[in-house]
Write a protein that binds this ligand. Structure first.
Ligand SMILES: Cc1cc2nc3c(=O)[nH]c(=O)nc-3n(C[C@H](O)[C@H](O)[C@H](O)COP(=O)(O)OP(=O)(O)OC[C@H]3O[C@@H](n4cnc5c(N)ncnc54)[C@H](O)[C@@H]3O)c2cc1C
Ligand code: SF4
Length: 449
């Protein structure tokens, strides 16, 4: 009986059909014309706009908001896209609460920033809905560039190279473009297949060919690319996940949060995703929060995030943490996983030791907590798969690049999550791709363009 019961604990269709629709709908409803104008009027058009400095893509925020106030919304979209061709996705997923909106003067003076993210979405949605194309490739240079990875870094690089007249070929190991925009970002942040719609919109510039299901290190080597292309850009992301390195990690019910999220993103009918009753998520970043919230939205009863350090050290922003708790997720701190207990080969519970900081070092203390669990999601960080790029210099297991995104090989540039020193955000990946393209162009044409 006990065995039968445990088999039934991970179930699909836990909720009524409407609950899935409600749970996975757009996190923020878009602003209408009137709301956008009222919000835009709050901007003080600061001459030294701290919001722009805080934006990793350095979008001219004051200018695009001013354009909205004068009903030049398409002009606003162009101002955004000039700096960040993923302006649409970033308007949905950027942690604005720690970037532009945190720096906004209205935030400092009144605790209520201008809704920059929402205004960015207002402008970029209009341009995309009208299919307004601002850029066309002219392919005039005769140079051919290979890009590995069709995530935000790779696609942004390709777009800028195409704008500058180069021919681009992208290779991606996955069947669809978009990288984590397609396979990672929480479903409620990118509804209605927005990631693919955005890619299609961006690629209309022309002169970008994409080969899916083609992996560097498997289908071709870096050397082969070097022989056949004028330059190479690597936007590989982080394809490997960290393990807990404790016993029973391969028990049924133990999964990587990233795999769970990817499966969820690819399933149109969320009711088909099986979920347990008692979920434990280990980690403190965005993946942990996203896995936990989405487990709850699928109907899990108890969802607990366990993080080995304190609230302040969590990678997920305060806003993301609050979002999780508002959905019923419990967040527990200072817990380090020690034992996965199983019953009939399946996960049954997870034992943690409490931790504390002693002289700056994280130590276990003699106190433990055991949580019942039928599903455990591991979200303790990702790593670069570096075998196929072993010739490049790495730092802390990521690709080392200079200020121009150039690697230790003068024919190869890199950007996004796979490089050292990044902040693992979509907007930064997009900005890196853009900057690499500008430098590739400069180096290939000897500063002629
Ligand atoms: C669960 C989760 C939630 C997130 N939520 C947010 C969020 O809300 N806001 C935010 O700003 N950021 C978020 N991020 C981070 C953001 O998604 C990444 O920073 C961003 O996608 C990085 O872009 P990238 O192009 O560097 O890499 P990726 O998006 O990872 O793309 C890399 C691409 O390279 C391909 N590839 C890898 N290896 C090879 C190979 N050998 N050959 C060919 N192709 C290869 C992959 O298939 C993939 O398409 C989240 C990340 C995760 C995991
Ligand atoms: S800091 Fe705020 S008020 Fe000032 S320009 Fe930026 S959005 Fe406008």
């Amino acid at each position: 009986m006990a065995r039968g019961q445990s088999e039934k604990r991970i179930l699909s269709n836990r909720l009524e059909p409407n609950d899935y629709i409600k749970g996975f709908c757009d996190l923020h409803s878009p602003l209408d014309q009137h709301e956008a104008l009222v919000e835009a009027e709050r901007c003080l058009f600061c001459y030294d706009a701290p919001c722009q400095t805080a934006c990793p893509a350095e979008i001219d925020v004051a200018l695009f908001i001013r354009e909205i106030t004068t009903n030049n919304t398409l002009g606003a979209a162009k101002t955004i896209f000039d700096q960040n061709i993923f302006g649409g996705m970033c308007a949905r997923v950027c942690p604005v609460e720690i970037l532009c909106e945190q720096a906004c003067v209205r935030q400092t003076s009144e605790g209520k920033p201008v809704k920059i993210g929402q205004l960015q979405r207002f402008a970029t949605d209009l341009a995309m809905n009208e299919d307004k194309q601002f850029y066309r490739s002219q392919s005039s240079t005769g140079k051919k560039i290979a890009i590995i990875g069709a995530g935000p870094a790779g696609i942004s690089c390709a777009h800028r190279l195409s704008m500058l007249g180069h021919e681009v070929e992208i290779f991606d190991a996955k069947p669809k473009s978009g990288g984590l925009n397609e396979y990672g970002i929480a479903a409620y942040k990118s509804v209605n297949d927005f990631a693919q719609k955005e890619i299609n919109y961006i690629l209309k510039i022309g002169n970008i060919k994409i080969h899916h299901n083609k992996a560097l290190g498997q289908d071709f080597t870096l050397k082969e690319l070097e022989n056949n292309y004028d330059a190479i850009f690597l936007g590989l992301g982080l394809g490997d996940v960290n393990n807990l390195n404790i016993k029973n990690e391969s028990a049924k019910g133990v999964e990587d949060a990233i795999d769970f999220i990817a499966k969820l993103r690819q399933e149109h009918d969320k009711s088909k995703i099986p979920i347990g009753q008692d979920i434990v998520v280990i980690g403190g970043g965005m993946s942990a929060i996203d896995a936990a919230i989405q487990a709850k939205l699928l109907g899990a009863q108890n969802v607990t995030i366990c993080y080995r350090r304190g609230k302040e050290q969590m990678g997920a922003s305060e806003y993301e943490q609050q979002l999780a708790t508002s959905k019923g997720v419990v967040i527990k701190h200072w817990l380090s996983p020690k034992k996965i207990k199983t019953k009939h080969g399946k996960l049954a519970s997870v034992k943690f030791n409490y931790t504390e900081l002693k002289n700056g070092k994280l130590m276990d203390i003699n106190q433990s907590l055991t949580l019942k669990a039928d599903q455990l999601f591991k979200a303790i960080g990702q790593n670069l798969i570096s075998e196929s790029i072993s010739e490049l210099q790495l730092k802390s297991k990521r690709i080392l690049v200079d200020d121009n995104m150039q690697t230790s090989n003068k024919k190869i540039w890199a950007g996004g999550d796979c490089i050292f020193g990044g902040d693992d955000l979509t907007v930064t990946a997009s900005a890196n791709g853009r900057d690499a393209a500008i430098d590739i162009n400069k180096k290939l044409l000897g500063g002629a363009k």
